[in-house]
Design a protein around this ligand. Structure first.
Ligand code: FPP
Length: 240
């Protein structure tokens, strides 16, 4: 692993454009997701090689259930294929895998594959690779606020003590000790956050590009990360 100098500590990605990539080639959408999975694999490798500490990818949103059964099944199948094929390599690379989102409602075979991956990699100390699955930012905030309300109801928490830190801790990211993203990258041409890490994105740099996700290369990624390293971030204050 090369040492990270001035690279973002936490990079989050919206992997968009798989469907259009497939349509352009007159292929079924799931073939676009398959190509997207391969692109993701390369980005995980490069992140680990560069010494990025946290990488979070948006694999399936709370809104993606509106897609056809065929497409949903295709994405879940790829997820199982990915963790089965790459688990040994991820483990050897010292990568820790987390899931952000409520994956308890996923089909049994998906839960089994994910559970095995999380368990095997739980003590790894290299890249933390977060897969956002059945994830939505608003849903995440609702769940966190509900937990805090339960604590108030049980007399364990004074409402006056609810602050930004306590809300952050009750989000999926907070539960795994994942810091806010420094950089959010969205390939695929759309310029929006689509219910992704909205609380955590308060001070993140945002980078949008037209490349469709399956065409997004590790070299393009590395160039973005290195240019980010040169940017000045002030978090609302002033740098001297
Ligand atoms: C958005 O593209 C992409 C998704 C909803 C799914 C992302 C899934 C993968 C990259 C597959 C593998 C994932 C894992 C974790 C193994 P889109 O379908 O909305 O594209 P479009 O905007 O061109 O239609």
């Amino acid at each position: 692993m090369t040492e990270a100098t001035n690279l973002p500590r936490h990079v989050a990605i919206i992997m968009d454009g798989n469907g259009r990539w497939a349509t352009k080639r007159k292929l079924p959408r799931v073939m676009g997701h398959n190509a997207g999975m391969k692109a993701m694999r390369e980005i995980v490798r490069r992140s680990s090689d560069l010494g990025v500490q946290y990488l979070t990818v948006y694999a399936f949103s709370t809104e993606n259930w509106k897609r056809t059964q065929e497409e949903i099944g295709g994405i879940f199948g790829l997820l199982i294929k990915y963790v089965n094929q790459d688990l040994e390599e991820l483990h050897e690379e010292n990568v820790r895998v987390n899931i952000l989102g409520d994956w308890s409602i996923m089909p049994e075979n998906v839960r089994e594959a994910l559970g095995r991956t999380i368990f095997k990699t739980r003590n790894n100390t290299g890249l933390t690779f977060n897969i956002a699955l059945n994830y939505g930012s608003r849903d995440e905030v609702v769940r966190g606020v509900r937990e805090l309300a339960e604590m108030v109801k049980a007399g364990e928490l004074d409402p006056a003590d609810i602050d930004e830190e306590s809300i952050s801790k009750h989000l999926y990211t907070g539960k795994f000790g994942v810091p806010d993203p420094d950089l959010i990258i969205r390939p695929g041409g759309e310029v929006r956050l689509s219910n992704y890490l909205m609380w955590q994105a308060a001070y993140a740099e945002l980078y949008f590009c037209d490349t469709l996700w399956p065409d997004f290369t590790p070299d393009e990624y590395e160039t973005i990360l290195r240019s980010f390293g040169n940017r000045e971030r002030r978090f609302g204050g002033r740098n001297e």
